[in-house]
Design a protein around this ligand. Sequence first.
Ligand code: CU
Ligand code: ZN
Length: 188
Amino acid sequence: MRTLTTRRWLAVALPLAIVAVLAVLAVLATVAAAAAMDSAEATLHSQDAKVSGSVHFTQEAAGVHVVADVSGVKPGQHGFHIHEKGDCTAPDYKSAGGHFNPAAAPHACDPTSPRHAGDFGNITVGADGKGHLDMTTTSLSFAGPNSVVGKAVILHEGEDDCKTQPTGNAGGRLACGVVEQQPMMHHH
Ligand code: CU
Ligand code: ZN
């Protein structure tokens, strides 16, 4: 009698427990997948050891929030773009290819539209050699054809004139960084 009751209880409770555990695991996996997509970072490297910088990308409701900080840079305006290949191996950073342009748009500067998805415009560097950029763009994403992950950020020697095709005539490539999902997001 007692054994039979226990078996009946197990017959109901065990499947319910399994379903509950699976449901919790599914929710956790979904949360982990969402977190993995919403943040990325690029560390800028230059042949000039004085030059450094970092760029942080975060998915927000209004678009991708981009925050960049550079230092050790000549004061003035410097063209600042996402380039199509996440390859900063060449000393002149030409390995990063042209401006990231999945929609085959003309070159321009934010907020002009249409423009290359990777066109931020310029970053203003002060007398202290530091520059800061803070913008939100709907031209970039973390998935699909406009995904910023695996592309490169390029800081140029000169000013982007926002009209010369297809580069903005911003001169040489002063610094380069590959956009990578943040390491803390890689574990599940
Ligand atoms: Cu560029
Ligand atoms: Zn461009």
